[in-house]
Design a binder for this molecule. Structure first.
Ligand SMILES: [Zn+2]
Length: 270
């Protein structure tokens, strides 16, 4: 699933590629993914100009000149692609927004769990975004992080990935950060007090690396121009089960924690 670095990379691409363009039309072959409906979305945004693009947690927001907003969640397999009108269609292309200047914004999604939702105004947006925890690389300060971890005895990896507690961190960045900090993903969050700062710094480091490499394309993720990211080439534990740990040469293990594949080195992570 695209996480903070992947969604942020797409956001930055969209800022360059679609801001200032006017919406000429919107079509879909997957009506359930356009909310509340294609007709309502069409009435709201056709003829409007795109004013800005933002990200909060894993949610992209496109603001229009009449105050309406489209929010998009890519979920497991979603892609947002900016193509020229007439370019060959993309795999799993389900929503097409025609833009001025001969461009199209395409929402492609193999599994169809992603959504594209019209909001009337910023009040509606604020209501949705207040459900999310603080943003790493922004308002997730060390004291806030300490407080989040000390409040629960659930496994630390599950807490890192809980969007209500911390925004934008999923399986890849949680696994990599725990490895860098030398912490076993199953440890109780409130029992890692001595290493909290190390984990905080590791989380910041892996997210910044993810941004530097323009995201991880181990699965479906592509940027807005359809290019792969490169962070998967730098994974230390994620997806490396039965391969040698790059630090101690013992074999990386895979367990299931909270229903998700979890990768770690039992020698380096305690
Ligand atoms: Zn190791």
């Amino acid at each position: 699933m695209p996480e903070l670095p992947e969604v942020e990379t797409i956001k930055k691409d969209l800022e360059k590629l679609i801001v200032g363009r006017k919406v000429l039309g919107i079509e879909t072959n997957s009506p359930k993914q356009v909310q509340p409906s294609l007709e309502i979305a069409r009435k709201a945004i056709v003829g409007m100009t795109i004013k800005k693009v933002q990200r909060r947690a894993k949610i992209l927001q496109i603001f229009f000149s009449n105050g309406s907003i489209i929010i998009i969640h890519l979920k497991l397999t979603g892609r947002l692609l900016v193509r020229k009108k007439g370019d060959k269609s993309d795999d799993w292309q389900h929503i097409t927004v025609s833009l001025s200047g001969g461009k199209e914004l395409r929402f492609a999604d193999s599994r169809k769990f992603g959504w594209f939702r019209l909001l009337k105004n910023e009040t509606e947006l604020k209501k949705i975004l207040k459900e999310f925890g603080p943003e790493p690389l922004d308002d997730l300060t060390l004291p806030v992080f300490q407080k989040i971890l000390s409040s629960t005895s659930r496994p630390v990896k599950i807490i890192l990935m809980d969007p209500k507690r911390i925004s934008g961190v999923g399986n890849i960045y949680a696994s990599e950060a725990l490895f860098l900090a030398g912490i076993d993903p199953r440890r109780a969050a409130n029992k890692i007090k001595p290493e909290v700062q190390k984990l905080y710094e590791a989380l910041e480091k892996v997210l910044k690396l993810g941004l530097k490499y323009r995201g991880a394309s181990d699965q479906y993720y592509l940027d807005a121009l359809g290019r792969k990211g490169a962070y998967q080439e730098h994974f230390l534990v994620y997806g490396r089960q039965k391969k040698k740990c790059l630090v101690c040469s013992d074999l990386i293990k895979r367990i299931v924690l909270g229903g998700r594949g979890t990768f770690y080195c039992s020698t380096c992570q305690k």
